[in-house]
Design a protein around this ligand. Structure first.
Ligand SMILES: Nc1ncnc2c1ncn2[C@@H]1O[C@H](COP(=O)(O)OP(=O)(O)OP(=O)(O)O)[C@@H](O)[C@H]1O
Ligand SMILES: [Mg+2]
Length: 381
């Protein structure tokens, strides 16, 4: 078993720096949970509190329903892998893997058995006699993971373990970690600031900002139904465009307006909004939620925006075009074979079935959970 619960957990450094505030998080046995958020949002602090490397200012952390607040790290039955692999430079791979177990006075036979399993899982067989300096970054990272695996812990904790690797190796290691989790099925809690890594690895992801949890959900849930503007603007590559403007409720429906830009909310979306009290909103539209006017379906032609394409980024299957509309700038995704001319006015239509409306004051998603044709743009096979 390896269930981890955080209940009303706070961390305040030096009596004034609030690093983590009121975190409530339940990680199921065998789950892969990713903590993601921008630098300084409290991810490492949260992980280190679970590990016992950091004292909790208040609240409770339990592993398998046993409160561990006062249990020292080595007795929590967890293993941690850091960004810096922290291998012993003068020891061979074999010695690095077995050292912790030897220190715990484990029987030689059991050490041999655990080593063999880790070596098999991670494919380290040919490297056992080498010292860390004779290994590539990816190989070192595998040894660091092997050292965690031989512990056979209830829970694995990872703190940005791939950030020292180049882009290709990161993708490789992501696959390895997914396979590792599938094979051993142990609870994993993984910290990263990289939302792509979070989306690809997590059974669920926990999005944090300034020490606060902004949303917990599956990758699909946080992408399709962000609870607030922060999550919408953080998850997705590139993230959702958030355009601030007024909400015109005259005539019973709802029309977003910002200068020349107007966007008509579908009736079902307008119907979800509170009848009064929301005047300023963010209109959230992902880059794929626009079409050229010339290709727009009939219902999208209600709102035509004239924008100025400024820069195009070719990404292979799509091109991201940075456009300006008045003083607003945002990004649309287009077919690279249909690239508009730069610095020439272009007419596009927002696909409002896919839009999200956020209260500009609280950031709350007022259209959350709405299902309309074509709303969820994440492709599923
Ligand atoms: N020992 C400390 N003393 C005082 N403040 C600290 C200490 N450790 C962390 N902090 C502060 O707590 C906040 C959270 O830090 P934390 O290391 O958890 O962030 P993080 O989300 O892991 O960021 P990163 O992605 O940069 O690693 C930050 O504002 C940081 O400056
Ligand atoms: Mg950190």
């Amino acid at each position: 078993m390896g269930k981890v619960s955080l209940s009303k957990v706070w961390k305040v450094y030096d009596g004034k720096i609030v690093a983590v505030s009121d975190v409530n998080l339940e990680i199921r046995d065998g789950e892969f949970m990713v903590l993601v958020g921008p630098s300084g949002c409290g991810k490492s602090t949260t992980l280190r509190m679970i590990a016992g490397l950091e004292h909790i200012s208040s609240g409770e952390i339990a592993i398998d329903d046993v409160v561990v607040n006062d249990i020292p790290p080595r007795n929590r039955d967890i293993a941690m892998v850091f960004q810096s692999y922290a291998l012993y430079p003068h020891m061979s791979v074999r010695e690095n893997l077995s050292f912790g177990l030897v220190m715990r006075k484990m029987a030689a036979e059991e050490i041999g058995r655990r080593l063999a399993r880790a070596v098999d899982i991670l494919g380290l067989g040919d490297l056992l006699a080498r010292q860390p300096k004779a290994l590539s970054g990816g190989q070192r990272q595998r040894v660091a993971m092997g050292r965690a695996i031989v512990r056979d812990p209830k829970v694995f904790l990872f703190d940005e373990p791939l950030s020292n690797l180049d882009a290709r190796m990161r993708v490789e290691m992501r696959k390895e970690i997914i396979k590792l989790h599938r094979r051993i099925g142990t609870t994993m809690i993984y910290v990263t600031h990289d939302q792509v890594e979070a989306m690809t690895l997590g059974d669920r992801i926990c999005v944090m900002e300034s020490g606060v949890i902004r949303q917990i959900g599956t990758p699909g849930e946080v992408f399709d139904n962000p609870e607030n503007a922060f999550v919408a603007g953080f998850i997705g590559t590139p993230p959702m465009n958030l355009l601030e403007g007024g909400l015109d409720r005259s005539g019973g429906g709802g029309v977003f307006r910002d200068g020349d830009l107007a966007a008509t909310l579908p009736p079902a979306m307008a119907g979800m909004l509170p009848p009064a009290g929301v005047e300023r909103v963010f209109l959230g539209l992902r880059p794929k939620s626009f079409v050229f006017r010339k290709k727009a379906p009939a219902d999208a032609l209600r709102d035509v925006w004239t924008v100025m394409p400024e820069v195009a980024e070719m990404l292979g299957e799509e091109s991201l075009v940075h456009v300006r509309a008045g003083r607003r700038r945002f990004v649309i995704s287009v077919d690279p074979h249909d690239l508009p001319e730069m610095d020439r006015p272009l007419e596009i239509c927002p696909l409002m079935n896919r839009a999200h409306i956020f209260d500009s004051r609280s950031g709350r998603n007022l259209s959350r959970g709405l299902v309309l044709p074509g709303r969820h743009s994440m492709r599923r096979i």
